[in-house]
Design a binder for this molecule. Structure first.
Ligand code: AMP
Length: 213
């Protein structure tokens, strides 16, 4: 089962992708997480990606596509995967379709998690991330046991550089101009399923599971 998660930044794609990954035993491939891990490890890819991410811009298509096309060839992807945060542009979607066609395969489901922009801004400004392991929390919806401290590793929680309100607005603009056209793209391929992302997390997950069955 090969799944693409669509939706604005902060719509809850990552959380839902993790739940799907656990239920169906297929890997969650998050390009944002891969870039952030590279930034923490200060790799060349990380340094390159950071200059775009901090401004709320997309990392260039070529860099991102090479990374994903390489990743989906690994053994753990044999039974499928969930792409979380990729594709984000029409050229990326074409590159993915082409890479899959070369393997005699295709995307089975594109799940669009719909959330209005106003809700996105509230959600993202409350998001906190662990400075060491990258675990995510929210000051209102997913509080850590001790304020400002990561439940998993005990390190300090911070506001992600790209979750600052001005950057969130920029990311939303980028989403509307570059990523939203993918909804039509996957609709035309006949694999699009939209869910209401403003519902409770469990309900959104139940709606996604019914689309996948
Ligand atoms: P995310 O955690 O998915 O919101 O991604 C955080 C940031 O990583 C984005 O704002 C982009 O700068 C970059 N990024 C993640 N995925 C992609 C992608 N598919 N194409 C280009 N840039 C990406």
């Amino acid at each position: 089962m090969k799944i693409v998660m669509l939706g604005a930044p902060g719509a809850g794609k990552g959380t839902q992708a993790r739940l799907i990954s656990e239920k169906f035993g297929i890997p969650q491939i998050s390009t944002g997480d891969i870039f952030r891990a590279n930034i923490r490890e200060n790799t060349e890819l990380g340094q390159r990606a950071k200059s775009y991410m901090d401004k709320g811009l997309l990392v260039p298509d070529q860099v991102t596509c090479d990374l994903v096309v390489d990743r989906i060839k690994r053994d753990d992807c044999a039974n499928g995967y969930i792409l979380d945060g990729f594709p984000r542009t029409i050229p990326q979607a074409h590159a993915l379709t082409k890479a899959l066609e070369d393997q005699g395969s295709k995307i089975d489901y594109a799940i669009d998690v719909e959330v209005p922009d106003e809700d996105i801004v509230t959600r993202m400004s409350g998001r906190r991330v662990c400075s060491k392991c990258g675990a995510t929390f929210h000051i209102k919806y997913k509080k850590p046991a001790a304020e400002g401290i990561c439940d998993s590793c005990g390190s300090a929680l911070i506001l992600r550089e790209d979750d600052h309100p001005e950057t969130v607005q920029k990311r939303l603009d980028v989403y509307h101009s570059q990523t939203q056209p993918l909804i039509d793209y996957y609709h035309d391929l006949g694999v699009l399923h939209s869910v209401d992302g403003t519902k409770e997390m469990d309900q959104v997950f139940a709606d996604i599971c019914s689309a996948l069955e």
